[in-house]
Design a protein around this ligand. Structure first.
Ligand code: ADP
Length: 161
């Protein structure tokens, strides 16, 4: 059985993240969708909210398990018995970041392999930070987030139509 983790801040989960997770779930037996508790960036949504959105998004997918974690991602992988770490690649800037991350991961945990999924062309431009900015300015982000996220953002950003 091959177990993978898909770690990230997911603040909030977008259709781009959802697409990568669903594709990973077709390749691996089990995917732990790991919501990182304390990302080194300003978050709009609490850990509980980020986890709740992801759980609602994958409620009908048996082999995606949503959970939160803190500390080193390699330790999270060990805890759940994962041999693969999944990440998504949009443009070349992602590549540089993910490449550095994979080098460090290899040093920390030589048996954990990183596998990157190329972003779906429809979602290449999509990032959580861009969506948060659009929402805070009153733009409609409904086409790019799972439904539970849209409802929550609407509550949080009164300007959103
Ligand atoms: P992090 O803070 O760990 O970068 P993110 O939530 O921003 O967490 O992203 C998690 C992973 O999903 C990263 O590998 C990122 O490159 C990838 N990702 C983000 N947006 C998309 C998208 N639109 N399509 C595919 N992958 C994406």
């Amino acid at each position: 059985m091959t177990i993978a983790i898909f770690p990230g801040s997911f603040d909030p989960i977008t259709l781009g993240h959802q697409d990568v997770a669903l594709r990973a779930a077709k390749v691996f037996d089990k995917v732990y969708f790991g919501v990182y508790a304390n990302p080194n960036k300003n978050v709009m949504f609490s850990l509980d909210e980020r986890v709740k959105f992801a759980k609602a998004t994958f409620k009908d997918v048996d082999n995606i398990i949503v959970t939160s974690y803190d500390g080193l991602t390699v330790d999270f992988a060990k805890e759940v018995g994962a041999s693969v770490m999944v990440r998504g690649l949009r443009v070349s800037a992602d590549f540089e970041y993910e490449f550095d991350m994979s080098m460090m991961t290899k040093k920390l945990s030589p048996d954990l392999n990183m596998i990157c999924f190329m972003a779906n062309p429809e979602y290449q431009f999509l990032s959580s930070s861009l969506l948060k900015e659009i929402a805070s300015l009153g733009g409609d982000i409904r086409p790019w987030v799972p439904d539970p996220v849209w409802k929550a953002i609407k509550k949080k950003c009164p300007k959103v139509k």
